[in-house]
Design a protein around this ligand. Structure first.
Ligand code: SME
Length: 159
């Protein structure tokens, strides 16, 4: 595995296109789930420098904080609570352009302004979510959802 990421400037679609094969190569050579999730957070942080990037994993019917990059965060989220708990309950991607407008949003950091959350599914069961927060409003759109969904498919193969 390459020890260094090659980063890309420019349109975000190109940034994703450059990054995704590198992430693929990193996780292909490793079977440990936590190690892979940790490196995925680090790779996304290095390329995009979003405020917070991390995983919550379902344990005993709660979302429990997993590998992440960014400020400390709440450790447990109930089903249906916040953006993460809603993505889990509804098993769908959530794009929140302004977190202050999302009823029940859980503010782990007051700097967070917009958010995207994608459920990780295996055999019809949600095993966790990928949560990304930005300190800018309206940071995430369908381009992010499409590329991050590709990443989720990669994760679903090893989780
Ligand atoms: N904002 C999330 C909670 C997790 S933190 O953003 C890291 C939510 O509403 O579910």
């Amino acid at each position: 595995m390459a020890e260094e990421l090659i980063l890309q400037q420019g349109p975000k679609a190109e940034q994703y296109q450059n990054l995704m094969p590198q992430i693929q190569a990193i996780v292909e050579g490793e079977s440990d789930v936590i190690a892979n999730l940790a490196n995925i957070c680090a790779a996304l942080k290095q390329q995009f420098d979003w405020l917070w990037i991390g995983f919550y994993l379902v344990k005993d019917d709660e979302l429990v904080l997993g590998p992440f990059q960014g400020p400390i965060a709440c450790t447990r989220i109930a089903k249906g609570r916040g953006v993460c708990g809603t993505a889990w309950q509804q098993q769908q991607v959530m794009i929140v352009p302004d977190v202050d407008q999302f009823p029940g949003h859980i503010a782990c950091s007051s700097a967070s302004k917009s958010e995207i959350v994608l459920p990780i599914m295996k055999n019809g069961v949600c095993l966790g979510v990928l949560d990304i927060d930005s300190d800018e409003l309206d940071q995430f759109d369908e381009i992010d959802a499409a590329y991050l969904q590709q990443l989720i498919l990669t994760i679903e193969k090893f989780i």
